[in-house]
Design a protein around this ligand. Structure first.
Ligand code: PLP
Length: 443
């Protein structure tokens, strides 16, 4: 072992796989809407010596010595979060988005109390009350849904809130392509006296840039990841709004206490520093242009996909993502589309659609977004090309149908994968994807 050797020499096995991952990204189109490409400065902070320091507690009140600079770093991250999102309180220590949401539930609910959130198959997140998640096991969970047209069913949400009197209501989604209805959900929460928590994990970058409505005037609590449209390191921020602090003056303290001693130990200081850098970048004028272009690209991509005969949930998008509804090709066809696109070097994820006729594991849609390709510098022209490439690939999956019998599915899908790998139209598309990508930088 040599503590001073570069990774390449110290651990060639890991080094090689990182190089392989880089090559995979260089040669393919990354359309997963929860991903992005961080800047050199963010990566530098993330890879810094700060990872070595313990600092349980908060700036000015730590359980360990030697934290004078860590305090300054965390204060910068907190101040920048407050400025970027226009809120009076921020906690930057949650390890990621899921633990942040867990901390919110821990802060405002007792075990067994009721929370309400968007159902997972309708675009909600696991942590909004899904039955297999802590949020659906330790709390009584009431899910609300989307209508067949893809928009949130606000009438149902109001009815359920009046009936079940939840103490916490989540608004915010992981797969919803329209403007989040913060104002309408706030009316419902206020009517039943619930906390409204807005989870803006996906759209945070758009909110900071003013390209999506901010939840700050409407919600009591805001959570976000920092690694999606915000373009920072993996991480999260939990915020309390003015409205939240006037409902409960101790809300900030409750959130801090939920993080530590409630759920976590020492904060990840390298991550905190990188979050601070990402927030600094997100408040620059260039970032606003970036966020505007994400949405322009997404609308152009949705339009071009529809012109190529594909069905988009709700008929379009207001943000950085969309869902393609593949039910015209067959129930559960998201599985085939994801695999075939992957074989062609286009990375998306299979996803349930509102009123999903199949299941979360064999869903009928795919979810895709434009945050990453926009970071690379792609514009509307490339979106048209991407739509054509995607339509050609998805066309090749039309002939496949998910077997009704569950025990037949694994073998059927294995055979499908083999055929796809040998499909000349898909391999031709892979080459064209590679050519398109070669004109754009990743890092
Ligand atoms: C991504 C996401 C999360 C979870 O973030 P992780 O960092 O993956 O734990 C939570 N809520 C929403 C809405 C998300 O999209």
């Amino acid at each position: 072992m040599n503590r001073k050797a570069p990774l390449k020499d110290e651990d060639p096995e890991i080094y090689e796989q990182i190089q392989n991952e880089l090559k995979r990204r260089r040669e393919g189109l990354e359309l997963i809407p929860s991903e992005n490409l961080t800047s050199k400065a963010v990566l530098e902070a993330l890879g810094s010596i700060l990872t070595d320091k313990y600092s349980e507690g908060f700036p000015g009140r730590r359980y360990y010595g030697g934290n004078e600079f860590i305090d300054k770093i965390e204060m910068l991250a907190i101040k920048r979060a407050m400025k970027a999102f226009k809120v009076p309180f921020a906690n930057v220590q949650a390890y990621s988005g899921s633990p942040a949401n867990q901390a919110v539930a821990f802060a405002v609910l007792k075990p067994g109390e009721t929370l309400m959130g968007p159902d997972l198959p309708d675009g909600g997140h696991l942590t909004h009350g899904w039955k297999a998640n802590f949020s659906g096991i330790y709390y009584k969970s009431v899910p609300y849904h989307c209508r067949a047209d893809g928009y949130i069913d606000l009438e149902e949400a109001r009815k359920l809130a009046l009936e079940h009197k939840p103490k916490l209501i989540w608004t915010g989604f992981t797969a919803y392509s329209r403007e989040f209805p913060f104002e309408e959900m706030a009316e419902i929460a206020d009517e039943v006296g619930a906390y409204l928590a807005a989870d803006i994990a996906h759209i945070a970058g758009l909110v900071v840039a003013g390209v999506h409505k901010s939840p700050a005037p409407y919600a009591h609590i805001i959570t976000t990841t920092t690694h999606k449209t915000l373009r920072g390191p993996r991480g999260a921020i939990i915020m309390a709004t003015d409205k939240g602090l006037s409902k409960e003056p101790e809300l900030g303290n409750k959130i801090d206490k939920a993080i530590i001693p409630g759920l976590q130990g020492g904060p990840h200081n390298h991550q905190t520093a990188a979050i601070a850098v990402a927030l600094h970048e997100a408040m620059q004028p260039e970032f606003r242009e970036y966020a505007q272009q994400i949405v322009k690209n997404c609308k152009a991509l949705a339009q071009a996909l529809m012109e190529n005969g594909l069905k988009i949930v709700s008929g379009g998008t207001d943000n950085h993502l969309m869902l393609i509804d593949l039910t015209p090709h067959g129930k559960g066809n998201g599985v085939f589309a994801q695999e075939a696109l992957d074989a062609a070097g286009i990375t998306v994820n299979k996803n349930t659609i509102p009123q999903e006729p199949s299941s979360p594991f064999y869903p009928s849609g795919i979810r895709l977004g434009t945050a990453t390709v926009t970071t690379q510098g792609m514009k509307e022209r490339e979106m048209k090309q991407i739509a054509e490439l995607m339509a050609a690939v998805i066309d090749e999956t039309r002939q496949y149908q998910l077997p009704e019998k569950k025990e037949e599915r694994t073998a059927y899908i294995a055979n499908f994968k083999k055929e796809i790998q040998a499909n000349p139209r898909i391999m031709g598309t892979r080459q064209r994807v590679k050519e398109l990508c070669s004109g754009f930088e990743l890092y």
